[in-house]
Design a binder for this molecule. Structure first.
Ligand SMILES: Cc1cc2nc3c(=O)[nH]c(=O)nc-3n(C[C@H](O)[C@H](O)[C@H](O)COP(=O)(O)OP(=O)(O)OC[C@H]3O[C@@H](n4cnc5c(N)ncnc54)[C@H](O)[C@@H]3O)c2cc1C
Length: 466
């Protein structure tokens, strides 16, 4: 079978890898000049930097073994440290009861405890629906802790009220089930096998940043006889009813018309459908217009010090700071930079085309440096902006209507006999790297065996994504 894979992110690459290994003829086309998608790394001077923090973890032993195989075992294992910086103090994230008790002033602790009891009582008398992020969290943690640890950060990063965000996002991104669960997990930490455990260990390439995974995949696909064509954007998919008859893409400035037996798409689902000729029906196009994305600019500051924080990343929920998260790659692998210097990556979410999105390296570096000076992590003039990059499709926006709009798009794609869509972009799913790998590999297995291997069911449960 001749398969054309659209997009060389981890979903597309892992799918192509399995298909080539099974003897199929596979071509991956990618619009950027690198493979790896969002999990890409850049070399900037002597530093290797990622699109924000990328820690790989999975409870699936077979998937872990596969990643070790692709990486030729050249991985390091790390213990996660991520914290929230708030009112001059660092709080562990996921929350740890002891750390919260030590750091919050007594009057706020009393208020938080009282609020929690009150909301539990209210919920018992008249159940509060899990119909949005705010209700989901408030019901489980009380209003005070919601305001301090969840609401403030989420509203800042998402640029929208939490009452307008789907509860799906909370259930997959908050590791504890409720305040009592947080207390219990602190007193008796869960063992590795527990479903909703605090994922504390992760793997990271020893050299080359997280992008080394994508580069290794691409190299091995080509060694096995497949093709990974970079700087090759897909332009059109010509369809005859529910069959793709040809795919048109641009390669070295030339228009190529390909007639694959099967197309696996991992590009953003709305863009896939908009590239179809003829276009999908009006109701599908209307839903496409309602699915939104949050974008991120990443600004990288070089600091003349071996290390600035012990953290993999730190959340900055306070609204007077423009940056919402920072990360330091030397804590992922010391081989990402020279011994005497480090890089801090500052993330600022935005809407494509807005003032932040268009910011220059100079302006963004100044803002990021000022934020870090305000909280005492950097001294004035100590950092230098060395790089800026943007990710347009960073987060699918889970608003209150996203599910019905998404379902309309997926219902349209499902009957196609030689097209499937997968991965974070292909399914408009807020998932992690391990999920994209599992999706790509399961889709490949399904094609090889001729049955449904469950690619669409990955990352749909209530498990914690970390
Ligand atoms: C800031 C940030 C931090 C993250 N941190 C973590 C983490 O700590 N741990 C974790 O597990 N996950 C993390 N993730 C998620 C992880 O990056 C993704 O789940 C994963 O990389 C998605 O892979 P994918 O192949 O599904 O999608 P992508 O990587 O988006 O791949 C899609 C590919 O399609 C290409 N494409 C798009 N349009 C076209 C076109 N017209 N023609 C050809 N190609 C096209 C794109 O260029 C891209 O390469 C993070 C994500 C972000 C944004």
């Amino acid at each position: 079978m001749q398969v054309l894979v659209l997009g060389a992110g981890l979903a597309g690459l892992s799918c192509a890898y399995e298909l080539v290994k099974a003897g199929h003829k596979v071509t991956v086309i990618e619009k950027e000049d690198y493979a790896g998608g969002m999990a890409h790394s850049y070399t900037v001077g002597e530093h290797v930097v990622d699109h924000g923090p990328h820690r790989f973890h999975s409870r699936d032993k077979e998937l872990l073994a596969h990643v070790h195989e692709v990486m030729d075992n050249d991985l390091v294992v790390r213990d996660r440290l991520s914290r929230i910086y708030l009112k001059g103090r660092f709080f562990h994230y996921p929350l740890q009861a002891g750390n919260v008790l030590r750091n919050l002033p007594p009057h706020i602790l009393i208020k938080a405890f009282w609020d929690y009891l009150w909301i539990r009582f209210k919920d018992r008398m008249n159940p509060i629906p899990d119909d949005n992020f705010e209700n989901w969290v408030t019901k489980r943690f009380g209003k005070t802790l919601y305001d301090i640890f969840f609401g403030m950060y989420t509203e800042k990063a998402w640029h929208m009220p939490c009452s307008q965000i789907s509860a799906d996002w909370a259930s997959q991104r908050i590791s504890q089930l409720n305040l009592w669960d947080a207390v219990k997990k602190t007193l008796r930490p869960p063992k590795g096998g527990e479903v909703r455990s605090l994922v504390s260990k992760f793997w990271y390439p020893r050299v080359g940043g997280i992008g080394q995974l994508g580069r290794n995949y691409a190299k091995k696909i080509c060694e096995m006889g497949g093709e990974v064509l970079l700087k090759t954007p897909v332009e059109k998919l010509i369809r005859d009813g529910e069959r793709i008859t040809s795919v048109i893409y641009t390669r070295d400035g030339q228009r190529v018309v390909d007639h694959p037996d099967y197309v696996v798409s991992t590009i953003p689902l709305p863009r896939l459908l908009e590239a179809m000729e003829p276009l999908p029906p009006e109701d599908v196009l209307a839903s496409i217009g309602k699915l939104r994305y949050l974008s991120i600019i990443f600004v990288y500051l070089e600091v003349n010090r071996p290390i600035v924080t012990p953290d993999h990343w730190v959340y900055l929920p306070e609204k007077h700071l423009k940056v919402h998260r920072i990360s330091e790659f030397k804590n992922f692998s010391e081989e990402t930079g020279p011994k005497d210097r480090t890089v801090i990556c500052a993330e600022i979410t935005c809407v494509p085309g807005d003032e932040t999105w268009n910011m220059s390296l100079e302006d963004a570096s100044e803002i990021a440096a000022r934020d870090l000076e305000k909280i005492g992590l950097l001294k004035q003039g100590e950092s230098k902006g060395i790089f800026l990059t943007r990710v347009r499709y960073a987060y699918p926006v889970y608003d209150l209507t996203y599910k019905e709009n998404l379902q309309r798009l997926l219902r349209f794609v499902k009957p196609f006999e030689n097209l499937d869509t997968t991965g974070r972009q292909g399914l408009y799913r807020y998932n992690n790297m391990d999920h994209s790998l599992a999706m790509g590999r399961k889709l490949a297995r399904g094609l090889i065996r001729g049955d449904d291997a469950g690619a669409h069911d990955v990352a749909t449960g209530k498990e914690y994504f970390g």
